[in-house]
Design a protein around this ligand. Sequence first.
Ligand SMILES: [Zn+2]
Length: 475
Amino acid sequence: MNAFVMFVAAIALVPAPREQAWRDGACNFAEKDVRFVRDAALPPEGYRLDIAPDGVTVASADDAGAFYARKTLKQLGTNAVPCGTVTDAPAFRWRGFMLDEGRHFFGKETVKSLLDLMADHKLNVFHWHLTEDQGWRLAIDRFPELVQYGAVRPESPVHGCTGRPNDYRGNGQVYGPYFYTAADVREILAYAKERFITVVPEVEVPGHARALLAAHPEFACREGLPRVPRTMNGIEDEVLCAGNDEAIRFMEQVYDEVCALFPGTYVHIGGDECPKKRWKECPKCQARIKALGLNDEDALQAWVTRHFTDYLAKKGRRTVGWDEILAGNPGLETVVHNWRKPEYGIEAAEKGHDVVVSALGATYFSVSQGVKEDPFTYLSPKRRCSLAAAYAFDPHAGMTEAAKRHVLGAECCMWSECTWNEYDLAFKLWPRACAFAEAVWTAPAAPRDFADFSQRMAVHRLRLISEGVNCAPLE
Ligand SMILES: [Zn+2]
């Protein structure tokens, strides 16, 4: 490696820009020396950076582009920055990170620091998973019981066990109440907006509803449910009663408040992992199936999905749902969030749905990354998602050209069954989220070279650590 190549390697931009050209000479500059100009010919969120001995010029078509140029400059530093040009724009417009706060709650300050880190890595969609069997984290004015009962549980699984029913030991410690008020949400939304991040709230229907049913047991299929959220990990059989008109009306009113609070276009309604056991036994659900002439309980879930998709559409929103909703043939305006096999994402895109891709083996950072020294616990101890796998992730994999046009982008996911706090979360997230950021920002425009990424990542990891981020080692 010659000296100049080593010098360029030390530039270490993560995610890599689309194009970079460096020349002899270096520049020292202060923030005030950076000149911002508009160039309508540049793509949305893109920018061109010219670093010359007499100063730095940033051209962009929009404010987001100028913002991302600043993020690139932040990584370059201000002392002895090489002269050259960077021409950059994202490969995908949906570059997301999903945080599950249902199982464990991280709170406002952690969310803000995650939004900062997202922005540093040019990620722009914060998918906020707010409701779960194990906790309801969003205060709804009309229904205060949701957080009164749904945001606190009698205990959690102890550290070190997976917390699944066959491996459950409770710690006997009350967890909560932990939730976000409307004021908290507005504060987070403002913080995100300053960083060009869209917040997509997820409020699940009809499954993952045990915390909801702790607050409103009258909306379950059975009577007499204890008024506590689930404490074990895993999926709950108790779901929203789809045969109860009042339960449906209740969820509409919940979404009314969600829409009033969150101004963005997209509302995620979950729709994943809804066991049909209770619906099969429930007279009301069976009556609904009969009245609507439906084939079975799967068709009943399709009806629920369609109902809320239509309801949200009337309010000007687009619904996002996990790919289980495909089974009900939802309207093409529904965005399908692929998480199971890639085939479901391909099927959705080929049908004409817009698709967001999360891949179990490449973007689920709640599973082990396989480094030797790892003090943390995982829900599925045998699953692996290495840094290399995260880096190789391609949201377009296996798709026709026509299908590719329906891919809005992708999300990496942090499920929190076994993730308790910011320290634990950071170790699982970084550096894999850096690899993900490059997969959605740079690729497929650039060739994917893991050795090159690893070299840049070694430098970038020190930046993260100097900012106090508990980034896992590179192996
Ligand atoms: Zn029912």
